[in-house]
Write a protein that binds this ligand. Structure first.
Ligand SMILES: [Zn+2]
Length: 67
């Protein structure tokens, strides 16, 4: 799991910091949890996309079966 980083200067920040240690810019609340939530949402979207493609375009197994 990568550490959250400041959007202003790009330096790593602690999960419970409300200000960047480097440039002092205020960090959004739950900046670490928000990133993790976004990752999970994208993972689920990708999983659903894979299932849709599997049923929409069934794989052609004949080259493997006929050998
Ligand atoms: Zn910063």
């Amino acid at each position: 799991m990568s550490k959250p980083s400041c959007k202003h200067c790009g330096r790593d920040v602690e999960e419970n910091d409300d200000h960047c240690q480097n440039c002092g810019i205020p960090l959004p609340p739950n900046h670490a949890k928000e990133r993790q939530k976004n990752f999970i949402i994208w993972f689920i979207v990708l999983l659903i996309f894979c299932f849709v493609m599997m049923f929409w375009l069934p794989p052609d197994w004949s080259p493997f079966v006929d050998k």
